[in-house]
Design a binder for this molecule. Structure first.
Ligand code: AP5
Length: 230
């Protein structure tokens, strides 16, 4: 039995976190990143950075994101491909919020086949829709390092000070309001949930109950990563 916290992986991982808004994909991806030295690739974060930087892709994505709909596959693949060129990605990646459509899943399969890689596991974090609105409406993030917090479920140890970097500025996302969350959940059920069957057919699907405590879910995900990359 490996010592707790020791990385026993023997090959680079490509892991996918599937789940509706608020399922805990970002929270868990950052924990896996810290524990296993993997790189979190969040298409939501990449698109928000593109919006902030005012790039062509960002200009096109902005209104779609504010409406809670899915950005076109073309734009998402453009921002992701750029990020995939960076050298740190060779350590292994956790794809957070990608793929979200069958078109994106097929594009990912083709990209990995070109690189001689394959998906280690596609992990579906399963949660109740009702709980998601509560989770998302309480969410806030450290403006300096991006660490995520929640008014009720995950507060910094010292009020107003980020545990990770000591930052004192926090932000809330523009799309974290009840109306947009409803649209995001609808988009998930219509366009992303079918990927659960897609990855089940490939034999790489893992299901995790996302309604428990954050640390218990992290332990379960850590075991999946170890199995998938051993
Ligand atoms: P994106 O940024 O990916 O958002 P999302 O999928 O809606 O997911 P969230 O980030 O809201 O939730 P999460 O699952 O990461 O939860 P978190 O860990 O923060 O996408 C935003 C938009 O960008 C999309 O609507 C779309 O327009 C566009 N987009 C992005 N990718 C795209 C793609 N591939 N194709 C097309 N369009 C794309 O947790 C939420 C809160 O709950 C936190 O406060 C956390 O502390 C708390 N929490 C987490 N786990 C638990 C737990 N177990 N118990 C209690 N609280 C918990």
């Amino acid at each position: 039995m490996p010592e707790a916290g020791v990385d026993t992986r023997t090959k680079p991982a490509v892991l996918i976190l599937l789940g509706p808004p608020g399922a805990g994909k970002g929270t868990q991806a950052r924990m896996l990143e810290d524990r296993f030295g993997l790189v979190q690739l969040s298409t939501g974060d990449l698109l928000r950075a593109a919006v902030k930087a005012g790039t062509e892709a960002g200009k096109k994505a902005r209104a779609v994101m504010e409406a809670g709909e899915l950005v076109s596959d073309e734009i998402v693949l453009e921002v992701l491909r750029d990020r995939m060129q960076e050298p740190d990605v060779s350590r292994g990646v956790i794809l957070d919020g990608f793929p979200r459509t069958t078109g994106q899943a097929e594009a990912l399969d083709a990209l990995l086949a070109d690189q001689g890689q394959s998906i280690g596991a596609a992990i579906s974090i399963e949660v109740d829709d009702d709980a998601m609105v509560r989770r998302i409406s309480g969410r806030y993030t450290c403006a300096a390092c991006g660490e995520g917090y929640h008014d009720e479920f995950k507060q910094p140890a010292r009020a107003g000070i980020c545990d990770k970097c000591g930052g004192t500025e926090f932000t809330r996302r523009a799309d974290d309001n009840a109306e947009t969350v409803a649209a995001r959940l609808a988009a998930y059920h219509a366009q992303t949930a079918p990927l659960i069957a897609y990855y089940e057919a490939q034999g790489v699907l893992e299901r995790v109950d996302g309604m428990g405590p954050i640390d218990a879910i992290a332990t379960e995900l850590g075991a999946i990563v170890e199995r998938a990359t051993a």
